[in-house]
Design a protein around this ligand. Structure first.
Ligand SMILES: O=C(O)c1cc(C(=O)O)oc(=O)c1
Length: 306
């Protein structure tokens, strides 16, 4: 429980004046992982949150979208808002159909609430297993949520640490709707991409054709790569072999997102323009980039569009 409304000490604010990416995003590109925070005065942060962020409004998110050259957003419910989806839903409703959402719901969510979320543009729920972000929810509760959302055609987004995959794998495989993994399951990029830890992740991806992966958050995963700051256009080199491996083996079920406003970064805050310049490093051909940025997110979030 966090009662203070003060921003968590050490927290870095999002980058205020991002550069324009040198890499031109393909037309119709989707930022498939980003958040809104509050503003806290309008959408208070959840009492059970583990951190208090800086505000990051829908207007600021949409301005970034336009500046970077994205056409659409997928707004993922951030843990600091708990299961109160109001800020995220408010962003979806204001987007004129250009944003879809991923919500957090409890097993006792009513059908009326689910219908309302669906109408607003929610297409999935998020299950979070990162201990610094949430207290663990009972797995049966999560399976009950799956039963509630399955009739809407939604998927489940999962966020976990690589070390926990062995314990979570069977549970994930028992989820009877598509599963989308946040941030590549947080590999330790100091390890060998051909080693057992990442091998276990790739093996998990192979277990079912409807397991997707966001090759996002190099700024979180990088150990040695230079940060996307100060004009650095080859940032996060140590993450590239991992992300590229996933993109090349599973080109039709990968997604990419900025993760703006980058919760819980304390070491450095990336220039989002330079972060976009990371994309061609992990998706080296125009065909792979089009799948990653346009075809795949459109199939998952806007299946009825054009
Ligand atoms: O690694 C993180 O700290 C983080 C946190 C959240 C959240 O608080 O929802 O979302 C993310 O995608 C990543």
């Amino acid at each position: 429980m966090t009662t203070s409304s003060e921003k968590t000490p050490g927290w870095l604010d999002w980058y205020a004046d991002p550069s324009r990416p040198r890499f031109r995003l393909p037309e119709g590109a989707v930022d498939a992982h980003c958040h809104v925070f509050g503003p806290g005065a309008e959408f208070p942060y959840a009492p059970e949150r583990k951190y208090t962020p800086c505000d990051a409004s829908k207007e600021q998110l949409f301005a970034l979208r336009d500046h970077l050259g994205f056409a659409r957003n997928v707004v993922v419910q951030a843990t600091c808002h708990g299961a109160d989806n109001s800020a995220m839903v408010d962003a979806l409703r204001a987007s004129g159909g250009l944003a879809r959402g991923v919500a957090t719901v409890r097993p006792d969510v009513s059908d009326a609430e689910l219908r309302e979320l669906h109408e607003a543009g929610v297409r999935g729920v998020r299950f979070n297993f990162v201990k610094r972000l949430v207290d663990a929810a009972p797995r049966q509760d999560l399976l009950d949520v799956v039963e509630r959302i399955a009739p809407y055609g939604w998927h489940v987004v999962v966020y976990f640490e690589a070390a926990d995959l062995a314990d979570l794998r069977d549970f994930f495989l028992s989820i009877r709707v598509p599963v989308v993994v946040d941030h590549m399951g947080r590999p330790d990029v100091a390890e060998d991409p051909d080693g057992p830890e990442f091998g276990a992740f790739l093996d998990f991806m192979r277990a079912r054709p409807d397991i997707w992966c966001k090759v996002s958050c190099p700024e979180r995963l990088s150990v040695s790569g230079p940060p996307a700051l100060g004009g650095e256009r080859s940032a996060y080199r140590d993450v590239v072999p991992f992300a590229r491996r996933v993109v090349e083996e599973f080109p039709d079920r990968v997604l990419w997102g900025t993760d703006w406003p980058h919760p819980n970064l304390t070491g450095h805050m990336p220039d989002d323009g330079l972060l976009v310049d990371f994309v061609p490093c992990v998706a080296p051909t125009p065909e792979l980039r089009h799948k990653l940025l346009v075809d795949n997110p459109m199939r998952l979030y806007w299946p009825d569009a054009g």
